[in-house]
Ligand binder design. Structure first.
Ligand SMILES: [Mn+2]
Length: 348
């Protein structure tokens, strides 16, 4: 397992020097952030990021994300030009030595939470999702701004998108995903890149928009759409685990055995009657069987990438919600410790 850490490029308040000092750190997870969705990333921007990382002793083998243009998810006639740009991005990233690309296929909204700074029992704060708060929200009334949402959407743009998605149910979204995969996976194979879809977060429909990468049945279907090892998963524990019907340890074991997990996002959440709260990574603070998951990975000989996912804000740190240095670094250390113990026990 190769440990990685998300880095938001040169504007990130967390420096590569600091990331480098987290024990066992191998690669950053980053992206070109200043190019609009659907356009080709300039090779020099990609190469510059790689050089910056390598100067600090880190690899740049994982990209999160190359975002998918809405026209592709909607299946509009204009999708082909955006798919051509996506293919070119895969080729260019392959040239730069990237091995894994994380992306998602969630309509309009990326990960969704209702509060970013819920104070926990120990005075730290973290992101939470409460169903009763979501029920009161209307994304079309123009008053809403939540993390993971593209704040550049104007009220009218959002209204139009919602109208377009009125014709897209789960079946249609699967069809559009299949069309996209059939175009990009052969390019990824040639470029030596593993594509790793991120599950929907949370794994259920939001605001009436369909979501499909949500459970074992749908992931099985996704993997069959293009049955190539390069068509794989970012297995995000905190996303899939928000649905208590997902048997996380069994799913990790199954997909790791198939060689289809390329990237692990490991974090813990505490399930409540009303949703979930992000917690410290350690087993005892949340509802996820983090140790069981890591043990399954070790037993299956997992050699892909892993990153601590969102962290809490601790020790007075401020910054991008979920992406502070301190708690994610603690998360990496916890994962390292459990992993090393599991691997050592296997050798006994
Ligand atoms: Mn994730």
């Amino acid at each position: 397992m190769k440990m990685t850490f998300r880095w938001y490029g040169e504007n990130d308040s967390i420096s590569l020097e600091k990331i480098r000092q987290i024990p066992n750190m191998y690669s950053v997870v980053t992206a070109v952030y200043d190019v609009p969705v659907g356009e080709v990333w300039p090779q020099e921007n990609i190469d510059r990021l790689k050089t910056l990382c390598e100067e600090k002793g880190l690899k740049m083998e994982v990209i999160e994300s190359v975002p998918v243009h809405e026209d592709i998810k909607l299946g509009l006639p204009t999708r082909d030009k955006y798919i051509a740009a996506y293919q070119e991005n895969i080729r260019r990233l392959g040239k730069a030595g990237v091995k894994c690309i994380c992306y998602n296929f969630m309509p309009v909204f990326d990960w969704t939470r209702t509060q970013l700074d819920k104070v926990g029992f120990d005075g730290s704060n973290s992101l939470v999702y409460y169903a009763d708060q979501i029920a009161k929200m209307n994304p079309l009334d123009g008053s809403l701004s939540l993390p993971g949402w593209d704040s550049s959407y104007k009220k009218e743009d959002l209204k139009k998108l919602f109208e377009q998605y009125a014709n897209v149910n789960e079946e249609k979204l699967f069809e559009n995903l299949e069309y996209f995969l059939k175009a990009i996976i052969p390019v990824a194979e040639e470029a030596g890149i593993n594509m790793a879809i991120h599950p929907d977060d949370p794994p259920w429909p939001i605001f009436g928009l369909p979501r499909i990468i949500t459970n074992e049945k749908n992931i099985d279907r996704f993997l069959r759409l293009v049955d190539s090892p390069n068509n794989g998963l970012t297995f995000c524990v905190g996303s899939l685990g928000a649905d208590k019907n997902n048997d996380m340890v069994a799913m990790v074991r199954k997909y790791a055995k198939m060689g289809r997990i390329h990237f692990m996002h490991i974090r813990n959440i505490k399930l409540t009657e009303n949703g979930f709260e992000e917690t410290a990574h350690d087993q005892k603070y949340g509802s996820m069987d983090i140790i069981g998951i890591i043990q399954a990975l070790a037993e299956e000989g997992f050699d892909g990438y892993c990153r601590p996912d969102h962290g809490r804000m601790i020790w007075g740190e401020t910054g991008k919600p979920g992406y502070g240095l301190f708690d994610r670094a603690l998360g990496a250390c916890y994962i390292n410790g459990v992993w090393e113990t599991c691997v050592a026990n296997l050798k006994k």
